[in-house]
Write a protein that binds this ligand. Sequence first.
Ligand SMILES: Nc1nc2c(ncn2[C@@H]2O[C@H](COP(=O)(O)OP(=O)(O)OP(=O)(O)O)[C@@H](O)[C@H]2O)c(=O)[nH]1
Length: 302
Amino acid sequence: MTVPVLLVAGFLGAGKTTFINQVLHQPHGQRIAAIVNDFGQINIDAALLENAADDVIGLRNGCICCAMQGDLLRTLRQVLDGQAPDLIVIEASGVADPGGIVNALLDPVLRQAVSLDCVLSLVDAEDVTANPMRRRDPLWQAQVKAADMVRLSRTDAVDSASLDALRGHLAELGARHVLGDDDTTLAAVVGMAGRARFPLPAAQIQTSDRFATCEWQSDGPIGMHGFRAAMNRISPHVLRAKGFVSFLEKPGQPFLFQLAGKRATMTPQPSAPKGCKLVLIGEADRMGEVDIAALLDATGPN
Ligand SMILES: Nc1nc2c(ncn2[C@@H]2O[C@H](COP(=O)(O)OP(=O)(O)OP(=O)(O)O)[C@@H](O)[C@H]2O)c(=O)[nH]1
């Protein structure tokens, strides 16, 4: 028996971790291991999934579609060495071309133990509607084309005509099954279990020079007003930011900060580590236009 693998892909901030969390919280009765790849040095996603899966392994500081294929294979072997799970969920980083991961999973030895059953790509309906350029992005297109299923996120922020147009565009790119964001059943996603996949076309998108990350940490809390001001300056230059923040004004109440597209959210996260840990990801040239670290360093008390 081979262990089925669900590969979850999609652009930066498209909703991969959110979706995996929803799936893991379904009453599925399965032993599920999650392998989570974050592009930066700090793996926020692994921390967010920690309590939901039986085994969560973070792969950080590189992308498993290219530079870290070897690490992925080693990690899979490690997962299989213990009590084999019923399902392995791999969360690709937002800059990953799923084609590279699929090719890695075709490793002749590994294929005897795991079978890639489904590539699910998340598409942020709000982002793609607000940024028509996204549809022309070869990386975004590769993420859609590689998918057995596409799942839309943030459909509530988009009118029905735009949603229809997006679905039409996805169909033109060859997306066969497009789920809305109301369907989160594990069965719908892994219903393809046991289906052998064929290699994707070898062409892979090289993203290593295109994107950059900035990691910023502080041992103690920062000023809320200063943080808001810094993020207002920084946000036009990044595609994604996430992490844990603590504020002088809210002692003992850490937050999870998320910036994806135009939306920034702050939610209480009692289990967050002390101080602040932030990861910011963006197009390398746009990010270079601001001194992100200096702006965040200046987030002193009001
Ligand atoms: N309103 C709304 N928010 C969503 C939805 N899906 C995700 N989000 C929010 O969007 C932000 C990014 O979601 P994640 O699940 O972390 O996205 P991701 O694809 O894992 O991000 P990266 O791994 O950093 O590329 C978070 O603040 C989520 O709460 C959705 O369907 N609706």
